[in-house]
Design a protein. Structure first.
Length: 153
């Protein structure tokens, strides 16, 4: 086979490797598997207050070992603010990180606990607890529950 025929055949097949993908060179660019978040949820509450939560950071899926596909490692900053007419604004700032591998449900629970706001209303300890869901690779703020003990007659 002549050199020109070999070159023509290689060109038809997509190159000397038959069109197979060539891995990037060592030290070249790589694609991160981390999920990045910069979310803000705001809710108007029945009592006239406004609750908002900001969640920023990353969640790294575990891709190897026995926890592969089952657990994640969060590195998230959580800020929550409660604004009510005639009352001081309440703000909390927390982190969800350095947990080691945990389930998505555990991440949701930690986010909800860190973004909860405790208040003292008429001598009662009350709390505003958000519902935060990890859906696919996204975060969804589904609402806020107001928990306060009933007054005794």
């Amino acid at each position: 086979m002549a050199l020109a025929d070999t070159v023509s055949l290689l060109a038809q097949r997509g190159g000397p490797d038959g069109g197979a993908e060539v891995p990037p060179p060592p030290g070249g660019p790589s694609v991160s598997s981390d999920w990045s978040y910069d979310e803000l949820f705001t809710f108007a509450l029945d009592n006239g207050c406004w609750y908002s939560a900001s969640i920023r950071g990353t969640v790294r899926p575990i891709v190897a070992g026995r926890d592969a596909g089952q657990k994640v490692e969060p590195n998230l900053a959580v800020t929550a603010v409660l604004s009510c007419q005639g009352a001081p604004t309440v703000k909390v700032a927390e982190r969800v990180d350095s947990t080691g591998p945990i389930t998505r449900a555990q991440v949701e629970n930690l986010l909800e606990r860190r973004a909860s706001i405790l208040t003292d209303e008429a001598g009662k300890k009350c709390s505003y607890v958000p519902e935060i869901d990890l859906v696919g690779e996204g975060l969804v703020g589904a609402g806020v529950t107001y928990l306060c003990p009933l007054s005794r007659p």
